[in-house]
Design a protein around this ligand. Structure first.
Ligand code: F0G
Length: 354
């Protein structure tokens, strides 16, 4: 059967009414890919929920299709968000599709190039502030409270509703809930959404257990781990460079209720995991996404697992969002040689010798 997107597929589980436009870019339905090599190495049954294969290349499409459809249903003409890049790309795309205006506020010089390109080409009004994501979100909240503009950050509950569908998909794809669900934590909306989704599926009898939710912040932005906001968050994973997560409380609740934890990973651990999943599993995800598998490697070292547990790592965004980091992190530009067979063969021998 032809897949028709999240609103159609999950209308019984979502706030979809007769009046909700069935907006879609065929988001969702992303693959759950088994990590064949890492599973062996870590003595776990590891899967990647590859959210980079959504229409704009990140999980944000799940929440945005719901939030924009509801904005349209309510007669809104303009949506607005603060973003480290992926939310703005998704907002801009669904606004274009639905015929709405879109305004996005981003931290100047701190979003990946691919994400900026997306917001621009989809026709959003892009404003870069001399301040970080947390400040941008404060400003967006102030403006949308005073003007007829719909806020589409994840403090908009429809965003969480849409994003919870990923938990349904993971459960259906595995045929059960995983033992652990590992996920990067930035503004903390996604971990909250997954937990809501798993609980709803459990209440409906569609799964017979619940996963332990393990969320990972970047060390330089670990507000929840520290228990206090961070004024100047810093990390190579710009998507989660957030010092005062909006969904802080629900993220902590998800970890506590599920018997999981909110932990952190260093930039070094993120980059190592980022290169490992590309080089060993053939999966290219952006650095923030790699925080999930980096976190699992950390928990493995800390002796959290018995062995054999099913672990789903959410890979939240596509690696192509941020090609600069890929090139910088391996420190390799292509070797340039003369256009002859001999020169190419010589280059191959040299590279093999390295
Ligand atoms: N991974 C990626 C690739 C993201 O873009 C984000 C958040 C997260 C993880 C963290 O998810 O905020 O729900 O805890 N990006 C937001 C944005 C902040 O503006 O695109 P979260």
């Amino acid at each position: 059967m032809r897949y028709l997107g999240l609103l159609e597929t999950y209308k019984d589980m979502l706030p979809v009414t007769d009046k909700t436009p069935m907006l879609t870019l065929h988001e969702g339905n992303t693959p759950l890919i088994r990590a064949e090599n890492l599973s062996n190495e870590l003595d776990l049954d590891i899967y990647f929920k590859y959210e980079g294969l959504n229409p704009t290349g990140s999980f944000k499409d799940r929440g945005m299709v719901m939030a924009v459809a509801k904005a349209m249903e309510e007669g809104s003409r303009t949506i607005m968000c603060a973003s480290t890049g992926n939310t703005s790309a998704a907002a801009a795309a669904y606004a274009a599709r639905g015929g709405l205006n879109c305004i996005v506020l981003i931290p100047n010089n701190n979003i990946a190039l691919g994400k900026l390109a997306q917001a621009i080409i989809y026709g959003a009004k892009v404003i870069a502030i001399e301040g970080n994501f947390d400040r941008a979100l404060e400003i967006v909240r102030e403006i949308t409270a005073k003007h007829p503009i719909t806020l589409v950050n994840s403090v908009n509950p429809y965003r969480i509703e849409g994003q919870k569908t990923a938990a349904f998909e993971v459960s259906d794809q595995l045929g059960k809930a995983p033992d652990y669900l590992a996920i990067p934590v930035g503004n903390a909306g996604n971990i909250s959404a997954y937990w809501k989704g798993f609980k709803e599926y459990y209440e409906q009898g569609k799964i017979s257990s619940l996963p332990k939710m393990v969320g990972f912040e970047a060390e330089g932005a670990m507000a929840i781990v520290k228990g206090e906001p961070i004024a100047e968050p810093e990390t190579i994973a710009t998507a989660i460079r957030i010092g005062n997560p909006a969904s802080w409380k629900t993220a902590v609740a998800a970890a506590e209720e599920s018997g999981g934890q909110i932990n952190y990973v260093t930039d070094e651990e993120i980059l190592h995991a980022y290169k490992t999943i590309a080089g060993r599993e053939g999966i290219f995800a952006e650095p923030a996404s790699a925080a999930s598998i980096a976190g699992v490697m950390k928990l493995k070292r800390e002796g959290v697992f018995r062995g054999g547990e099913t672990v789903v790592c959410v890979l939240t965004g596509h690696g192509l969002k941020d090609p600069n980091i890929a090139i910088k992190s391996v420190n390799a530009e292509p070797v340039v040689v003369e256009d002859s067979e001999a020169a190419v063969m010589e280059a191959i021998r040299k590279l093999e010798g390295e």
